[in-house]
Design a protein around this ligand. Structure first.
Ligand code: SAM
Length: 214
């Protein structure tokens, strides 16, 4: 995601009632935020929020939180939610490395990773959101039936992600190397900003769904 500093971003985010400014304070009590017991799904690295805004409109029976570390990127999604006021959607402007400080064990039912940053240098591999270090964090906050869904057009990153599963508590329940040609996995697919851009160039989209080994 190209980073352009947008001066109003911080103020818009600070003033939005749809952004949770103290996520640590809600650890273990997110049902109070949504005032229901619906399942809770996260998108990590939500960018401008298009994917999660669409999901939240399609599935009012599920609660959604989009996590994004940069205000200038998140701005668009927050402005749209300020207009739509979807009761089942919140945003966190935060860092996924400390996700276990935001959510209690078993509190999350699904995690979406969409077109995560590749961090191509080997020494920064642990920052990749599909690394075993991150899978271990997801393991801590996901419910017993919880799942991780990862999409990317970056084949090297995807292959790395598949290798990392070996040293995690997850296993593959579904996988494709050409999502848009896969009638089962593509059903109900919502294109992210990056997905639209890269598939328009002819890039194939890889996707896996992980569930627990035991
Ligand atoms: N998911 C969107 C899509 O598919 O169009 C955006 C993809 S963009 C390449 C990746 C986004 O993840 C960026 O906006 C980046 O700031 C965010 N991100 C990367 N690492 C993150 C982290 N550790 N915590 C929170 N957000 C992160």
């Amino acid at each position: 995601m190209r980073l352009r500093n947008i001066p109003r971003a911080r103020d818009v985010i600070a003033e939005s009632p749809w952004v949770i400014h103290d996520p640590e304070a809600h650890k273990g009590a997110w049902q109070d935020v949504f005032q229901n017991k619906h399942p809770l799904h996260l998108e990590i690295g939500t960018g401008k929020g298009r994917f999660i805004l669409e999901l939240a409109q399609r599935h009012p029976e599920i609660n959604y939180i989009g996590i994004e570390k940069f205000s200038s990127v998140l701005l668009r999604g927050v402005e749209r939610q300020n207009e739509l006021e979807l009761p089942n959607l919140r945003f966190i402007r935060g860092e996924a490395e400390i996700i276990t400080e935001y959510f209690a064990p078993g509190e999350i039912d699904r995690i979406y990773l969409n077109f995560s940053d590749p961090w191509p240098k080997k020494r920064t591999a642990k920052r990749r959101l599909c690394s075993h270090e991150f899978l271990a964090r997801y393991d801590q906050i996901l419910s017993a039936q919880g799942s991780v869904e990862f999409k990317t057009d970056n084949r090297e990153l995807f292959d790395f992600g598949v290798e990392e599963i070996e040293i995690s508590n997850f296993r593959i329940s579904a996988i494709t190397y050409d999502l848009h040609a896969d009638p089962v996995l593509n059903e109900g697919n919502i294109m992210t900003e990056y997905e639209e851009r890269f598939s328009a160039k002819g890039n194939k989209i890889c996707k896996y769904i992980l569930i627990r080994k035991i």
